[in-house]
Design a protein around this ligand. Structure first.
Ligand SMILES: [Zn+2]
Length: 156
């Protein structure tokens, strides 16, 4: 019931990124209510929604190891103002790191978002993206022409 695909959503690295085509098995509104209920019910929180771990990793400035995201649990948990338990990124010794770096998830995510916005807002970067898209379109043109030719043959 917690899989967002049932409600027609695709989640990657903990983030809802896209809608599936077609009719979902579960009404999207009910799906959102189920996920909100699960998040609010207490117990061990969902750990997958962390921007800077996994494939979009941030590395430790001390040893270069990938930071690992975690949720604070237990009876001495500090909560954010919205009532959710604090989350952090750490350079874990269990993961081969130095164990000396810990960052609050929301603080680090805020800095990473600001950097991403700055990079994507750069006009030179936009020109690079446009040039790359033009190169890829040029490389795809013969393949698309062949697909169109084959689809024309199939019509008969
Ligand atoms: Zn480290």
């Amino acid at each position: 019931m917690l899989n967002p695909r049932l409600a027609g959503y695709i989640r990657r690295n903990g983030w809802i990124v896209e809608r599936l085509r077609g009719d979902p098995i579960l009404d999207p509104t009910i799906g959102q209510q189920v996920m909100q209920w699960h998040e609010a019910r207490g117990g061990r929180p969902f750990t997958g929604a962390q921007l800077c771990s996994g494939q979009r990793a941030v590395v430790c400035g001390n040893c270069g190891n990938t930071l690992k995201g975690s949720v604070d649990t237990g009876c001495k948990v500090i909560h954010y103002e919205d009532g959710k338990p604090t989350r952090r990124y750490c350079c874990s010794k269990d993961n081969g790191g130095c164990g000396r770096i810990i960052a609050d998830q929301r603080v680090l995510d805020k800095h990473v978002k600001a950097i991403v916005i700055k990079v994507l807002s750069d006009p030179e970067h936009m020109d690079q993206i446009k040039r790359r898209a033009q190169q890829e379109a040029k490389a795809r043109a013969p393949i698309e022409a062949e697909i169109a030719r084959l689809e024309g043959l199939r019509a008969f």
